[in-house]
Design a protein around this ligand. Structure first.
Ligand code: ZN
Ligand code: ZN
Length: 318
């Protein structure tokens, strides 16, 4: 099979011809149709996340078909132990021994993948493969972050990429106002956010017309934590939704005072996946995608790194 392979962090992916993976009992062989590109793929490729399997097939937003023809989604959470304190308390997203797709397990930038059947998710009808792919991480993690942000209004979103463009639609569906913060001067991202219904857009240092009730930070930039706290009302929660972030600078306690909360959101549970994939067609969420062929995966990663992708980048086998 053809695959785009990470052989060494910090180097571009290499196109390789590999033997198709062979499923063991309990695993499904998935014919990959599409695979979303996520900021976490960049963190693995760039070496921000340590000790990946090498060589590695990246990609953890896989939409494909299994032997009986059903469509399945393979997300980031690929396996958990079922035994640790986290697994036993409904928090498998925090499992000490969790294994992740496109990190410790080969992912979907390839024609075939194998996945533990217990961690595959059903893909809702009505979504073409390419449009469904970004739901599997951008959508799922965004949904989990939104839940942990509480119901504060307006909701601030820092970094307007794949996750934010989906979360905005969920928040609007809940009747909340959304303020979108982008890199200073990123007119394209601000226009995109307004097209999707953002009530206000600005740069990350701008002061919005009203204090935020809650905020979610998708950009991997530690400076955004005090920046978001500074414009968040008392009692509001600031959620850090990314798996990697630059150091958070020291800030005065008064920014946190007033029962403001800063928290992270890590990974996902299967229950998150089932809930969100049932919700998506009800809203309905529409994903805006940029399509790439498998051999263009490096180009997709480069555009994502440069903040140039409108919505979500997706590698398509079609
Ligand atoms: Zn566990
Ligand atoms: Zn992801």
């Amino acid at each position: 099979m053809r695959a785009m392979v990470l052989e060494e962090p910090g180097r571009p992916l290499v196109e390789r011809e590999l033997p198709p993976p062979e499923p063991v009992p309990g695993q499904a062989l998935v014919t990959v149709r599409a695979c979303g590109v996520c900021r976490t793929d960049l963190h693995v490729a760039d070496g921000d996340l340590r000790d990946p399997k090498l060589p590695l097939v990246l990609g953890h937003q896989i939409v494909g078909t299994v032997a009986d023809g059903d469509r399945v989604g393979v997300p980031w959470l690929g396996w958990t132990c079922g035994e640790c304190r986290y697994c036993r308390s409904g928090r498998e997203n925090l499992c000490d021994r969790a294994r992740f797709t496109g990190y410790q397990l080969d992912g979907g930038f390839a024609e075939y993948a194998v996945a533990d059947e217990r961690y595959c998710l059903p893909i809702p009808d009505g979504y073409p493969d390419e449009q469904a792919a970004p739901l599997l991480c951008a959508g799922l993690i965004g949904h989990r972050a939104l839940r942990h942000a509480g119901d504060g209004d307006p909701l601030g979103l820092y970094g307007f990429g794949a996750s934010a463009h989906i979360v905005l639609q969920v928040a609007r569906h809940q009747g909340r106002r959304v303020f979108a913060f982008t890199r200073t001067g990123d007119e394209d991202a601000q226009r995109f956010a307004r097209e999707l219904g953002a009530d206000w857009t600005g740069g990350s240092d701008d002061v919005p017309p009203e204090q935020l009730g809650a905020a979610i930070i998708f950009a991997p930039v530690g400076e955004l934590v005090p920046a978001a706290l500074r414009v968040t009302a008392k009692g509001g929660t600031v959620v850090c939704a990314g798996i990697h972030m630059s150091d958070i600078p020291a800030f005065p306690y008064e920014l946190l005072w007033g029962e403001r909360v800063v928290r992270s959101v890590a990974n996902l549970t299967r229950r998150d996946g089932e809930e969100f994939l049932a919700l998506a067609p009800e809203i309905p969420i529409r994903t805006e995608i940029e399509l790439y062929r498998l051999e263009q995966a490096n180009e997709a990663l480069s555009r994502l790194r440069a903040g140039r992708v409108r919505g979500a980048a997706v590698v398509s086998m079609g």
